[in-house]
Design a protein around this ligand. Structure first.
Ligand code: ZN
Length: 156
């Protein structure tokens, strides 16, 4: 039996047609917040998204003070290149950046003196990440969101 005749581990029809992405979404891989993303996508009527699912979500894009050649700079450039590739390959119409409560990439909620201080840190980082991406990808709309345990909030 040749490799092409082998039985698939999973039998499933994937549509081969290319698509335009309704959004490129940078989301933390914390699975507690995955259902929230699905719900948000449904509400936004997204048909196709390019999902950049990385630890910390938009955190990597907020490192304004990253020094040349540092690991945080490499991480930031990697996430940015994923966004730019989504725009180039799938003409992503929007870029959506996310941070969430109790994120392990920040040391969790316990790393902050209280919930308000934690929220303030995420707000500052979301703004920094959004400013950075807007500068790098000026042609595409960039929005930032904060995911909490009771819902998703647009970052002002
Ligand atoms: Zn996280």
């Amino acid at each position: 039996m040749s490799a092409t005749e082998a039985m698939p581990v999973v039998k499933f029809k994937t549509k081969p047609e290319h698509y335009h992405a309704d959004a490129c979404v940078v989301w933390c891989y914390d699975d507690r917040f995955y259902k929230l993303l699905k719900k948000f996508g449904k509400k936004q009527k997204f048909k196709n998204i390019d999902l950049v699912k990385v630890a910390g979500g938009a955190k990597a894009l907020a490192t304004a003070d990253a020094t040349e050649g540092s690991s945080s700079m490499a991480e930031r450039d990697f996430v940015l290149s994923q966004i730019k590739t989504s725009v180039r390959l799938h003409a992503a119409k929007r870029i959506i950046l996310m941070l969430h409560r109790d994120c392990g990439a920040y040391g969790g909620s316990k790393a902050f003196p209280d919930g308000g201080a934690e929220r303030e840190q995420y707000a500052a980082d979301l703004r920094a990440a959004r400013d950075f991406v807007r500068k790098e990808v000026p042609a595409v709309l960039v929005d930032a969101y904060f995911a909490d345990f009771d819902g998703l909030y647009a970052q002002e």
